[in-house]
Design a binder for this molecule. Structure first.
Ligand code: NAI
Ligand code: MG
Length: 355
């Protein structure tokens, strides 16, 4: 039996997480696996119900689970709360930190059926399969932040970007290991021409590279990397980078695949791993059965593979998604001329049928 904590959160979160659950139940029936689900509050939904976006009880549910599936948090309703009560700063970041989830794996794969769904030319993106590893518990998002009033009027704001050798080393090592398992090519993304943190990052990458002589390493500055991802994304295989660069580059990479609604992720490093789509709560489409559930469903497949070692079951979900896209079913975000437009729920039903 596998115990899975569900944190639907806000916006489209409560629409997409149940779709992953339905797919997991179908997989469970087909392969005779038992999944037990426990739902807990997070984000704005938790704030509304309990006065805090990350209740202690939610952390307990997560710590007692074998894996976690998260929808997304946040929305305009909670934007003006005190920082520690806001869904992202008060719940999402502390959750990742408290669970020690320092490595976020974000595969950007262009599905063959969606090679012409990107705004980029099909021959630039078709066949793309990159793995972006984003450091998740350090850097600018977690460093000291403060604001002060200036005597002459106006304010001064301070954000700090902090990393220790150990924090960089563990995520970079994962990058090398991942490269070794894939195509033996690693791109380390930094801003070493300007940032001291990036200089330390690069020194550590260089040092670890000696242990991985079989991996072809290249350093790339983040601004050039953004350009290269659009110009010629297939030059990359495994990429590793710090928190904020990874956040931005993966939204960019999602557009190579057609939609941010296609990209799953796995957050690893602690005792229990967390799986979530890379997108946010999409308040603009929430509650309308419009959200693409595939990123969340593929996150569940990553969970089966990485946390539970259920390779056959994970591959079955991925193949079902392929099949349904091949058959022409599309949510609005990936809709193309002549295809069959479906909603969140109907897309899931087709995936379950294909299973
Ligand atoms: P977003 O990722 O929620 O949405 C960006 C755009 O992509 C929107 O047009 C949205 O409709 C579309 N989109 C996102 N997911 C989709 C899906 N599954 N199917 C179809 N279309 C989809 O980013 P945005 O708008 O910047 O942020 C909205 C809220 O989400 C904010 O409160 C933000 O703080 C929060 N957020 C939360 C994250 C998390 O919980 N992990 C990550 C990113 C943002
Ligand atoms: Mg993001």
């Amino acid at each position: 039996m596998y115990k899975i904590a569900l944190l639907p959160g806000d916006g489209i979160g409560p629409e997409i997480v149940p779709q992953a659950v339905r797919v997991l139940q179908a997989v469970g029936e087909k392969y005779n696996r038992e999944f037990q689900f426990e739902t807990a509050l997070i984000g704005g939904a938790a704030y509304d119900a309990t006065g805090h976006p990350l209740p202690e009880e939610t952390l307990d549910v997560c710590r007692n689970a074998d894996a976690i599936i998260l929808g997304a948090v946040g929305g305009p309703k909670w934007d003006n709360l005190e920082p520690h009560l806001r869904p992202e700063r008060g719940a999402l970041l502390p959750l990742r930190k408290k669970l020690g989830l320092y490595a976020n794996l974000r595969p950007a794969v262009v599905n063959p059926a969606l090679a012409d769904a990107s705004t980029l030319k099909a021959d630039i993106v078709s066949g793309l399969d990159v793995m972006i590893i984003r450091e998740l518990t350090g850097g600018l998002y977690f460093g000291e932040k403060r604001r002060e009033d200036l005597p002459g009027g106006g304010q001064k704001v301070v954000e700090t970007l902090e990393y220790t050798t150990a924090e960089i080393e563990r995520v970079v090592r994962l990058g090398f290991e991942m490269a070794r398992k894939r195509n033996k090519k690693l791109s380390s993304v930094d801003k070493a021409n300007v940032l001291e943190s990036s200089r330390l990052w690069r020194e550590i990458v260089e040092r670890l590279a000696e242990e991985y002589p079989d991996v072809e390493l290249n350093h790339i500055l983040v601004d050039n990397c953004a350009m290269q991802l659009v110009r010629n994304p297939k030059q990359f295989d495994v990429m590793v980078t710090e928190n904020m660069f990874g956040d931005i580059l993966t939204d960019l990479a999602s557009q190579l695949t057609g939609s941010i609604g296609m990209l799953p992720s796995a957050s690893l490093g602690g005792e229990v791993a967390l799986y979530e789509p890379i997108h946010g709560s999409a308040p603009d489409i929430a509650g309308k059965n419009l959200a693409n559930p595939i990123a969340t469903i593929l996150s569940a497949a990553m969970m089966l593979r990485i946390s539970f070692g259920l390779e056959t079951e994970a591959a079955a979900i991925e193949q079902a998604v392929d099949r349904v896209l091949q058959q022409g079913y599309r949510t609005g975000d990936i809709m193309q001329p002549g295809k069959i437009k479906v909603g969140t729920v109907e897309m899931t039903e087709e995936i379950i049928k294909a299973l």
